[in-house]
Ligand binder design. Structure first.
Ligand code: ZN
Length: 400
């Protein structure tokens, strides 16, 4: 409890002093103790804004609907620009009695810091905030631009957060690189970095038959039987082969139902709901065309309803990859794997503005669970890794 042990704060003898590493744990604990269940921020952003303002960051608080958002920036951008993105909201705790330590107590027990948001993602928010502050203090006249964007609407519907902030901020600010602090690591800190995310496209397929009495099938057309071959075709179809960073596009059926719910009626309609998680090798257009072809081949009378929930993105920047690789190797002694697995994230709202987006954070094996936790040592290392990445990217000349 209280301050971490010496073992926990050992950052591998790297460049940054112990005072800096101690405070990242304290700041993580302070944030975890605020029960900012989505979409409530409950003052997390104000607290962080104050720390940033104290070293000369410009601060903009933006409220969309009930959602608090924060944008802070430093520098004039005569060099490269780097934006950190994160969220201060957390998912609900579930039954608090199931927790080993109260979920908002931010208790350190052994090597771990426990609490809701400890891994997703208040420790990363603390780490990049302090890394930014440290960089600006050591380089008050740096040539680049260093910025942070936080929302309290990532874990909920995600309509009033980064989705609205980016178009607003991009009117006056350009960013070369973006680092999202979501927990990307799998088994060890830095073993996995996300360099993209798949797109997400929902579809509702309605197959029209002819309603009738179950005793008189010759007078009806059962849409469930009509759909059997279609469902089989959909389960077999290869939408694309993916690429070196993306797995192939996958289609999954999430629900099937009929338009009637009685035992003696052949229904008029069969309703199939599904979702495409698609790689950049496919597009919304190509998927729609392909599905239309499959439906026609099955001679079906159908209607479709589409809903795009996220475009895919893919960062191919070698500069960014190299900076991440070097920083992670130096502090965490891991050779990171770069991939685009996982669900959607706020990175999808940043990438369309021509920004190279990657995601790097702590181990994600306890996120959204009871007893969410993070290794104290990893939080300390993460701050050093972020600090190195800032140094590496912002010291580059503008045209490089
Ligand atoms: Zn998160």
């Amino acid at each position: 409890m209280g301050l971490p042990t010496n073992k926990a704060i050992n950052n591998g003898g790297q460049a940054h002093p112990t005072t800096m590493t101690l405070s990242v744990i304290n700041l993580s604990q302070t944030l975890i103790r605020i029960d900012s269940i989505t979409p409530n921020d409950k003052g997390c952003q104000k607290l962080l804004a104050q720390l940033l303002a104290d070293v000369g960051f410009n601060i903009e608080h933006e409220k969309f609907g009930d959602v608090d958002n924060l944008f802070a920036w430093h520098g004039e951008q005569l060099g490269k620009s780097l934006l950190f993105v994160g969220h201060t909201d957390v998912v609900p705790t579930g039954d608090e009695k199931l927790w080993k330590h109260p979920p908002f107590s931010a208790t350190i027990d052994g090597d771990y810091l426990f609490g809701r948001g400890s891994a997703d993602m208040k420790s990363a928010v603390a780490a990049f905030t302090l890394a930014m502050i440290d960089y600006v203090k050591s380089n008050p006249n740096h040539k680049g631009k260093l910025a942070l964007m936080l929302t309290s609407d990532e874990e909920g519907v995600a309509q009033d957060g980064i989705k609205k902030m980016m178009p607003h901020i991009a009117q006056t600010h350009h960013f070369d690189y973006c680092l999202v602090g979501e927990p990307s690591s799998s088994k060890a800190l830095g073993d996995t970095v996300r360099i993209g995310r798949r797109g997400s496209l929902h579809v509702t397929i309605t197959i029209h038959g002819k309603q009738g009495h179950v005793a008189y099938p010759e007078k009806a057309k059962n849409p469930v039987f009509l759909s059997a071959d279609l469902i089989n075709d959909l389960s077999q179809f290869k939408w694309d082969n993916g690429n070196e960073d993306f797995p192939p596009t996958s289609f999954q059926i999430s629900s099937v139902k009929t338009s009637t719910n009685t035992s003696n009626i052949i229904p008029a309609e069969m309703i199939i709901q599904g979702n495409f998680r698609y790689s950049p090798e496919s597009s919304q257009q190509s998927i729609q065309t392909q599905l239309g072809t499959i439906l026609k081949q099955n001679n079906l009378n159908y209607s479709l309803n589409w809903e795009l929930s996220g475009l895919p993105f893919h960062s191919k920047s070698q500069v960014l990859k190299q900076a991440l690789n070097d920083s992670i190797m130096r502090t965490a002694q891991q050779k990171p794997q770069f991939n685009a697995a996982g669900g959607t994230s706020d990175g999808r709202f940043v990438a369309p503005f021509g920004v190279e987006v990657v995601e790097l954070g702590v181990i994600n094996d306890s996120i959204h669970q009871v007893d969410e936790k993070v290794l104290v040592e990893d939080v300390v290392k993460l701050e050093t890794i972020y600090r190195d990445i800032i140094e590496n990217l912002l010291k580059r000349p503008l045209h490089n």
